[in-house]
Design a protein around this ligand. Structure first.
Ligand code: PGA
Ligand code: ZN
Length: 430
């Protein structure tokens, strides 16, 4: 038994130098936990809301001092003396305390900071690694569909950002990420070595072609000035090949189109002179999947185009995953709707899109019950916090999307997966 004694919140900075919230939960037993909240740039309209100060004198209005204040004034007294291992009851209380559908009053950042710090503290109290505690929670989510399989912890397959565009490299190609997926790597350390090898080779290839191959974008991918995403996919294809790996066999290509951000209400604006109607965009997505060794397409259609998504799903080859990020926003009702319409077959999971650990786990259970894949994702604004890596392993997610294999806020997660890989080998997969 260990009860919550004190919450401490502070304003710290994320990988873009933008304020975010760090939360500590201290328990009566002396154990404590800490978490830092990430933040997106290419956010979906259905996401839970971040609370920011709007004070132009402090970090151009992006401060989180009010979130910190609310946490100390309202959340801390409400959760005081609750059993720290009772994650579901604590999250339920946080949701009720906020009282709005989009967490607009307390802020999804405020609520998630507490929810995750509670999980870290609870793992400490039980003397187990975080992913083991999260795995137990995953198995016992209330009001969630039954799990058909035991889902033991597993290291997910990375989708690693190689070339960036969209809102993560403004002024470059419209499509947001072209990623490498080392599907045939025999284990995680090998997958990581392949990814670093490809990333280095791609940098050299870009320089040889007279393109920018040194500077990197928000998630550590290169941001060269290219004609369009097809050129990016071709360059990655060559870099994979030049790395001594077989594109299409050893390594596949994933694309996060993030198309809501270049949808103008009638057309998808893929370039200054390249506008596609929804019908043409569906055809273009199908062609990409035919031309290149594509493993998944994320948000190829905008976030409210439900019936177009369902049409695309019917036309795509079954082995190409259709992942909903801005479409689904990690929200249970949106995933439920997606399942009913057969609008996708995979959900991108970002905890701050919904605001609590429990709600995230429930969304993943709904996806699982429908036979969908789960890809746990970082945000473009990240920190040294590695909770998302533990979540992916705990829930046996098929994929993980962290960004590139540069920049410490990304490598913190890749390195955490190396540690978890050892533990999973030892205890679950000897
Ligand atoms: P975001 O980007 O964190 O800026 O939303 C990640 C993504 O779109 O997958
Ligand atoms: Zn996305």
């Amino acid at each position: 038994m260990s009860r919550i004694r004190q919450l401490i919140a502070r304003e710290v900075l994320d990988s873009r130098g933008k304020p975010t919230l760090e939360v500590e939960v201290h328990c009566t037993s002396g154990h404590w936990g800490r978490a830092i909240v990430p933040s997106g740039a290419s956010t979906g309209g259905g996401e839970a809301r971040e609370l920011r100060d709007q004070n132009p004198q402090w970090y151009e209005g992006q401060g989180v001092q009010r979130a910190r204040e609310l946490l100390h004034r309202e959340i801390a007294p409400a959760v005081k003396n609750m059993e720290v291992t009772d994650q579901f009851a604590i999250d339920k209380l946080l949701v009720e305390l906020d009282g709005t559908p989009e967490k607009g009053r307390l802020g999804a950042n405020t609520v998630l900071g507490v929810s995750l710090a509670v999980a870290h503290a609870a793992a400490q109290v039980q003397g187990c690694p975080l992913f083991v505690h999260l795995h137990r929670l995953w198995l016992s989510v209330p009001e969630a569909p039954e799990l058909s399989d035991p889902w033991p912890p597993k290291i997910p397959l990375p989708q690693t950002n190689m070339i960036s565009g969209g809102l993560h490299a403004p002024g470059r190609m419209a499509v947001q990420d072209v990623l490498a997926v080392p599907q045939a790597a025999p284990d995680y350390p090998t997958a990581l070595e392949w990814l670093v090898r490809i990333h280095r080779q791609l940098g050299r290839l870009l320089v040889q072609r007279g393109l920018e191959g040194h500077l990197v974008a928000d998630e550590g991918g290169y941001g060269p000035q290219l004609k369009d995403h097809r050129q990016a996919i071709e360059l990655l294809y060559q870099a994979i090949h030049q790395s001594g790996l077989r594109p299409g066999e050893d390594v596949l290509v994933a694309v996060d189109v993030a198309s809501s951000h270049f949808w103008n209400g009638t057309h998808y604006r893929l370039g200054p002179q390249w506008l596609l109607t929804p019908e043409e965009m569906i055809q273009h997505a199908v062609e990409l999947a035919q031309l290149y060794p594509i493993s998944s397409l994320e948000d190829p259609l905008h976030e409210e185009a439900w019936s177009d998504w369902a049409r695309l799903r019917r036309q795509l080859p079954p082995q190409v995953d259709l992942i909903g990020d801005d479409l689904l926003c990690t929200q249970a009702p949106r995933v439920q709707k997606g399942v009913e319409l057969q609008a996708a077959n995979a959900v991108l999971v970002k905890m701050n899109q919904v605001g609590t650990l429990s709600e995230t786990l429930r969304t993943m259970r709904i996806a699982r019950a429908a036979g969908w894949k789960c890809i746990v994702s970082a945000r473009s604004g990240e920190t040294e916090d590695t909770t998302m890596a533990d979540l992916a392993v705990a829930t046996a997610a098929e994929g993980i999307k962290i960004g590139s294999v540069t920049r410490s806020e990304r490598l913190a997660k890749y390195n955490q997966l190396l540690r978890l890989w050892e533990q999973v080998q030892r205890h679950w997969n000897p």
